[in-house]
Design a protein around this ligand. Structure first.
Ligand SMILES: [Zn+2]
Length: 321
């Protein structure tokens, strides 16, 4: 139970950070060179070397001293944890170690590769933040946020290990997240808005996630559909419900209420009718349809009444009536 509680609380926090990520000044005109990588996993492995055979209280102390304290600002900003929960974590993480090691080995190489690949399609991509690889206690595979004016995109290596396994297709995950950062360069719709407070209409969330998913597929054409949807069982669980889901999104198009958007966008199951993250799939189908006639750059610039009109038309078609 303890673990579930932490996950819920921290997931909520991440939603807030997610929104803050969209409120960055759009005029960030930094070159790609200023994009930095902070690999906290280096400290994690030093901790593991020292603490592997130690008892739980010693491991808890070592983790705090060697992993959290040197990166206090990031941990306090994103994933605060007390000693009791940390003691549980240092015990629970042990079976994940081999998978985390494999993923760590791929990270350093694959993020720069994904950025290079991304810039071939989107040469205007420019982001001056820091990508952080870290253990984050199962909070999120990836999330963005601003702490003291500095922008971070964090990747939870332990969470990636849990959600996708050691053969995680990191290129897909990176493309998806890079696209969110890029998309933010063109859109002020989210500025100062909070989806937890119901300030962002459903259609925009469906579009943002669907488009990021579609772009990651176009940039990684060899990836499987499950990899593109980050492990979600779309073929069997979501695709058969497409007409009903489209109808429901159409009916709640402008509604920003968390009760409405959560079943469509959350990773956890909140409804019997709506599979988790099925909004990603509907948004993807819309982007796929529009992508037949528009360039990826044009798709990323769509907004306002034009976007709404186009989305409504395709949603109507997807309802099958
Ligand atoms: Zn996303």
């Amino acid at each position: 139970m303890r673990k579930v509680k932490i996950l819920t609380v921290i997931s909520l926090l991440m939603f807030i950070f997610d929104i803050q990520a969209q409120t960055l000044p759009k005029t960030t005109n930094l070159s790609a060179k200023s994009f930095q990588i902070l690999n906290i996993m280096d400290d994690f492995w030093k901790y593991w070397e020292k603490g592997e055979k130690a008892d739980i209280p010693t491991r808890t102390k070592l983790f705090r001293e060697m992993v959290i304290n040197p990166h206090k600002e990031i941990y306090e900003g994103f994933v605060n944890i007390d000693d009791e929960d940390l003691a549980g974590y240092v015990k629970d993480v042990v079976p994940l170690i081999p998978r985390m090691r494999k993923i760590t080995q791929k990270l350093d190489k694959e993020l720069p590769e994904a950025v290079a690949n991304f810039k071939k399609t989107f040469p205007k991509f420019s982001w001056g933040g820091t990508a952080v690889f870290m253990p984050n206690y199962g909070t999120t595979d990836s999330g963005g946020g601003t702490i003291n004016g500095k922008h971070y995109q964090i990747f939870g290596v332990d969470t990636i290990a849990i959600q996708y396994g050691e053969n995680a297709n990191l290129a897909v995950l990176f493309s998806h997240e890079l696209f969110h950062l890029y998309h933010g360069q063109f859109h002020s719709e989210f500025n100062g808005k909070n989806r937890e407070k119901g300030e962002i209409p459903l259609y925009l969330m469906v579009w943002n996630e669907g488009l990021a998913t579609y772009i990651s597929q176009r940039l990684n054409p060899k990836a499987s559909i499950e990899e593109i949807f980050l492990g979600q069982k779309v073929q069997t669980e979501v695709a058969p419900k497409l007409p009903k889901l489209s109808q429901s999104i159409l009916e709640n198009f402008d509604n920003g209420s968390p009760q409405i958007w959560k079943p469509f966008l959350s990773a956890s199951k909140t409804s019997n009718e709506i599979p988790p993250r099925s909004g990603y799939y509907v948004g993807y189908k819309i982007a796929e349809e529009l992508g037949k006639k528009m360039s990826l750059q044009k798709l990323s610039e769509l907004k306002g009444a034009d976007l709404q009109k186009k989305m409504k038309k395709i949603l109507q078609k997807l309802t099958g009536v």
